[in-house]
Design a protein around this ligand. Structure first.
Ligand code: ATP
Ligand code: LTN
Length: 336
């Protein structure tokens, strides 16, 4: 029998800035799949966020469709959750503009993700205002759906704080309108690190392709990337984020895919070498990605069915978002 859903709303988004990696899966999508059965769930491909750094039109289009397809291939079911592309629902940018007028500039300038991206973008294309205003658009995404919970990886906590403070400021000024969103973070896998540098998070926009495993990587690629993942100076397979960040990162990935506890993994590999552990880890990942990759191929073969899912999702999302936006505009004194 289907689980009875709580009325609580869950919303989250992923940028189509490249092919999704196992960090995106373990930190975010895996939770999305679980939550769709117990909550009113909405999952978005946030293409308007992706353009805060330069994108090539053809790549943006391809990455947008691939990200949505990977949502479905990972097990998000359009009968259980709404899946849509952000730019198909204009209320997001309209509410973002309104929220920009109550967002303190200092709070945007303090955002860690902004400061990091300024560093990398300054050397490349330059820094544009959209990058600074990114968290306000994210707050709009969340608040439009009167969201209660936002499943995310660790790096997004600060942005949820801003969404909360904007909700509170708006509610205090104009009357109760928005719910207070809570971050939902799966601690053990909230921050999967780069396979090449365990001090940096695994990221789709990393130039070194060996630093991440794409959800669509071939078995050979996966074996190679795990084999060349950096390790610490010791020999034992023990979880200790501070003293052995590299092996601990690999153990977290193993845990994320097998559901074994850290202790069970340590016990299983007590007498084994790093090479044994890495071989097994590669096979675990290959085995877990195989059904997802198969579903991805099937979905790619039915473009019409897939596009219908996205258009239907946008229609359903729009109807919820427009109701909130009308309420906001009416409370603020707009002519409607
Ligand atoms: P980019 O490198 O282009 O900024 P990204 O790989 O960080 O992209 P996002 O689209 O920003 O991916 O993130 C999508 C979701 O995946 C977010 O909830 C984010 O917190 C989560 N996430 C991203 N990277 C990781 C990671 N290394 N470990 C765990 N979760 C992650
Ligand atoms: N900023 C997020 C992506 C994102 C998001 C959202 C996540 C945009 N809007 C709303 C949750 C809810 C990121 O870079 N991972």
């Amino acid at each position: 029998m289907a689980a009875v859903k709580e009325q609580k709303r869950v919303f989250s988004g992923i940028q189509p800035s490249g092919v999704l990696h196992i960090g995106n899966y373990l930190g975010a999508i895996k939770q999305f799949v679980k939550l769709q059965y117990t909550h009113n769930a909405i999952f978005c491909v946030v293409d308007e966020h992706a353009i805060t750094v330069p994108q090539k039109p053809q790549e943006l289009r391809r990455n947008t469709l691939n990200t949505a397809m990977l949502y479905l291939a990972s097990g998000i079911d359009p009968k259980e959750a709404i899946i849509f592309v952000q730019s198909q629902v204009p209320a997001h940018t309209e509410l973002a503009w309104i929220l920009n007028t109550i967002t303190p500039l200092g709070e945007l300038e303090r955002m860690t993700q902004f400061k990091d991206k300024v560093q990398s973008q300054a050397k490349e294309a330059g820094v544009f205002a959209g990058l600074l205003n990114y968290p306000t658009l994210m707050a709009a995404d969340i608040l439009l759906y009167r969201t209660d919970a936002v499943p995310i990886g660790d790096d997004q906590k600060q942005h949820i704080e801003l969404a909360r403070s904007l909700a509170e400021r708006f509610n205090n000024h104009f009357g109760n309108t928005f719910s207070m969103p809570e971050p939902l973070i799966e601690e053990d896998t909230a921050r999967i690190m780069s396979l090449q540098d365990p001090t940096k998070k695994m990221s789709k926009s990393d130039d070194n392709t060996k630093s991440y495993i794409h959800l669509l990587d071939t078995p050979d690629d996966i074996r190679l990337k795990i084999k060349s993942a950096v390790t610490d100076s010791g020999k034992e397979i023990v979880y200790d984020r501070k003293k052995r960040p590299a092996i601990s990162n690999l153990i977290s990935i193993y845990r994320g895919y097998t559901k074994m506890t850290f202790k069970e993994i340590e016990d299983q590999y007590k007498e084994k070498t790093y090479a044994d552990f890495k071989n097994d880890l590669a096979e675990v990942i290959i085995g877990e990605l195989a059904p997802l990759q198969k579903r991805f191929q099937e979905l790619s073969a039915d473009k019409t069915g897939f596009e219908h899912i996205l258009r239907d999702g946008a229609r359903r999302a729009k109807s919820i978002a427009d109701t909130t936006l009308q309420d906001v505009k009416q409370k603020m004194g707009f002519f409607i």
